[in-house]
Write a protein that binds this ligand. Structure first.
Ligand code: TGC
Ligand code: FAD
Length: 395
């Protein structure tokens, strides 16, 4: 990869709306990424490997559970800081952000929100520091967009339960020390269980062949009569709303993260267009190039405004699930479009690993699908404004 020259676009002086602390957090994460990740990411991506040696460093920069209070080992930051961290990580690679958002929003968040004090004290400090890595098992082979239909289940057996079933497409599964797993009890109600690596009957094989998000490891979670102590069941919330509440937090982070990928693509395309000479002129001089760049910065600026406002609402505890869906959907969509346009501006160079644009584009094809697909988020908006759910149709 060529040297990392990234500076973020700020067409509407959005930085004026951030605090000094926000800017300091962003700059320190950016510096860490430039020093530790940018030089190696292409290599790991091509080898389809996750740079495990970065896990401790992610903990040190506060990328695991940014808003988890200090008493549980987290940095106790606000939601805008969380967003800025996700933006800087995904500016480099969506897989890097995935690791951080799964650990923060899908593992630490449910333990913090739905767990008891003992569970919080036992797991959160280790997850915050990166001593433990976690994953989140909701999706199943036959239940992706419709997690409420899940088959994974557990039965009461005294001081423990017996867990059976299978999860698929689980980020970080093969590397994880703990998995927050969603399963139905005997009455069909969904609960979260903390399943630990090494429990008998539990395995997490890696899935291969991904052409997207290659620097992130994805796997299955298989449960064959796993004895899970009742003490590992999250007691404070059950029902489908429990995992969906975690998704709100993760989708919020993705809205910031995808914008980071978009800004990186724009930054590279703008710089290249001023340097690349064709027909005796920089290609930035051609109207068609300017149209592409002008449309990119317009979409980025709109998304920056949307995202920061969402961060303010989240800080005030007022952001609705539907507002988060709109931002996730919009920002991933514009990021994908910007990555495609940036690749065109780079010409043949755009398909090489000299630039991160093609990698972003391939990564975003996962991001547009996970955490609720593009169309599912559209339907969430539709349901919110009409009051009618289009998910379930009588056949
Ligand atoms: P529905 O009947 O609408 O809702 C069931 C209950 O849940 C409540 N609820 C929510 N609660 C909190 N947050 C939300 N976002 C919520 N959305 C709904 C709802 O109020 C209801 O509560 P109650 O008390 O009345 O029971 O459920 P539905 O079955 O119709 O499904 C709705 C739908 C389709 C929107 C939902 O299932 C959905 O979002 N599907 C998408 C699945 C998804 O996003 N999976 C993500 C898996 S994790 C992942 O992808 C990680 S990638 C990580 C990475 O690497 O970064
Ligand atoms: P499906 O649900 O089968 O959808 C296929 C198509 O049908 C989509 O276009 C969808 O929009 C459309 N569709 C479905 N229902 C409707 C409807 N009612 N109306 C209109 N269109 C509809 N899951 C986890 O639990 N944990 C993880 O850590 C995790 N990590 C992931 C990492 C990667 C790299 C990927 C690719 C996925 C990951 N997932 C994870 C799974 C992800 O959340 C699902 O892939 C996603 O929710 C979609 O489910 P599906 O792939 O089964 O698609």
């Amino acid at each position: 990869m060529a040297s990392d020259l990234y500076t973020h676009p700020d067409y509407y002086n959005m930085d004026d709306l951030l605090t000094e602390e926000h800017k300091l957090i962003r700059e320190s994460v950016r510096a860490w990424v430039k020093q530790n990740v940018s030089p190696i990411i292409e290599d790991y991506y091509e080898r389809a490997a996750f740079p495990k040696h970065l896990i401790k460093g992610l903990g040190e920069i506060g990328a695991f559970g940014p808003y988890i209070p200090q008493e549980y080992g987290g940095p106790g930051l606000d939601h805008i800081s969380y967003g800025l961290i996700m933006q800087e990580l995904e500016r480099c690679d969506s897989g890097l952000r995935s690791t951080s958002s799964v650990q923060s929003s899908l593992v630490m968040y449910p333990i913090y929100k739905y767990g008891n004090e003992e569970q919080r004290k036992k797991y959160l400090p280790k997850l915050a520091s990166g001593e433990f890595l976690g994953c989140f098992g909701l999706t199943e082979p036959d239940h992706g967009s419709n997690p409420g239909g899940m088959l994974t289940n557990f039965k009461d057996a005294g001081d423990h339960v017996i867990l059976n079933g299978a999860k698929m497409w689980i980020s970080n599964a093969p590397l994880s020390d703990v998995a927050v797993v969603w399963a139905k009890d005997e009455s069909g109600r969904i609960h979260g269980l903390i399943v630990e690596k090494g429990m008998e009957g539990f395995s997490a094989p890696e899935m291969h062949g991904k052409l997207s998000l290659r620097a992130s490891i994805t796997g299955e979670l298989l449960f064959d009569n796993v004895k899970v102590p009742k003490a590992n069941i999250l007691p404070n919330k059950s029902g489908l709303g429990a995992p969906l509440g975690c998704l709100d937090s993760a989708r919020y982070g993705i809205a910031w993260g995808a914008l980071g990928a978009a800004m990186d693509c724009y930054d590279q395309a703008l710089r290249y267009s001023k340097e690349r000479i064709q027909f005796g002129e920089p290609i930035a001089a051609f109207q068609l190039t300017q149209k592409k760049l002008a449309e990119m910065i317009t979409e980025i600026t709109k998304a920056q405004l949307l995202t920061l406002r969402l961060g303010q609402l989240r800080n005030e505890g007022k952001a609705t699930s539907a507002q988060i869906s709109m931002a996730k959907r919009n920002n991933v969509e514009i990021a994908l479009r910007i990555a495609r346009e940036a690749r065109q501006i780079l010409g043949a160079m755009g398909i090489t690993n000299e630039f991160s644009v093609m990698r972003h584009m391939a990564n975003l094809e996962s991001v547009v699908t996970y955490e609720g697909t593009h169309d599912i988020h559209l339907l969430i908006t539709g349901m919110d404004i009409t009051g009618i759910s289009a998910f379930k149709r009588e056949i």
